[in-house]
Design a protein. Sequence first.
Length: 342
Amino acid sequence: MADVDVAFIQEPPHRPNPSLIQEAQGIPLIDLSCPDVDALVDDVGHACRQWGFFQIINHGVPPDRRHKLEEVASKFFHLSLDEKRKVRRDVRKVLGYYDTEHTKNVRDWKEVYDYAVQEPTLAAASLDEDDDRVAHWENQWPENPPEMREVCQEYAKEMVELGKRLMELIAMSLGLPAGRFEEFLKDPTSTMRLNYYPPCPSPHLTLGVGRHKDPGVLTILAQDDVGGLEVKRKSDGQWVAVKPIPNAYIINVADVIQVWTNGEYESVEHRVMVNSTKERFSIPYFLNPSHYTVVKPLEELTDEQNPAKYRPYKWGKFQLRRKLSNFMKLDTENIQIQHFKV
């Protein structure tokens, strides 16, 4: 078993091979090494329905891969501002570095470096529904630290494999074949993000990241031992802090899964708190579908008694509009899945 505080362990009764280690005040903690596949699938389904979030241990990602990326992220973010801004993102180069000064949401207290998992990433080139041209999103790799590209790419490979396994478990938890979602993820537009939250002199006036939901399929988050992530609990609407567990990953279902499952699995609001004394790092992997994917409720999960609650939308156009909203004021509000509700 991974390094988990024994005080947290509350095994459910009557389970010979429990995968659900802990669910008290915090989000569920699931052991992916559980040999009882049925129990594992049941626990993943329970977590998705009741929380939309869960943590995992014994996931197979070598700790040294994660530690190397955390070290390289620290080196990069502690470079001079001029050095970091050599790979600053803009409306043409949507991947790269940005800081609070260059994000439209000035309430967010953080610095970010984004990179695509697949190079180049095929993406929608236009918001025009009749325009099927394809853009190629390229990563901007900094010169320093020199090992950053290799470390980032090696870690991304681990996330891709972990994401596949989690999607299989989620599919089975819905009574679907394990490979049901593969067709939507053949040419993924997935990205990685390195987050840096410096100590904030007025933490009561700002957030690391304001309340939001993730627009993609699934998010796999590594957070350091400082913590700061809070999840809005579905049962009562209260904000619950996610206590860091060594080598664990935090998983949340995102908006696309909410649409695919016709609302059975709900994307949940979350936010990040900052503090005045400690810096914080986190590394999310955003699993996103292919740009040409038409997102809509799955036929297997809809019928006359449970009709589709969302109109279909093209992921590529949706993603592009979200990206462009980072750099310019659009004619309409930032697009959300609620705009496609029937």
